[in-house]
Ligand binder design. Structure first.
Ligand SMILES: [Zn+2]
Length: 54
């Protein structure tokens, strides 16, 4: 785990499987979706174009 990308938008499938527990924590209670990448996260800080889910 050399690099620590700020947003999980940058995570590829290798990074996700490597850090899967962390990934689950970030997505299990999604409050935001990324307009650009289609990912969801519990915090907007993890997305590059966050949009609050209602
Ligand atoms: Zn994104």
């Amino acid at each position: 785990m050399s690099c620590k990308p700020k947003t999980m938008c940058k995570w590829d499938k290798d990074r996700i499987s490597e850090d899967f527990d962390k990934f689950v924590k970030l997505v299990k209670k999604p409050g935001y979706a990324c307009r650009k990448c289609g990912r969801v996260a519990s915090t907007e800080k993890r997305l590059c174009k966050p949009v609050a889910l209602k």
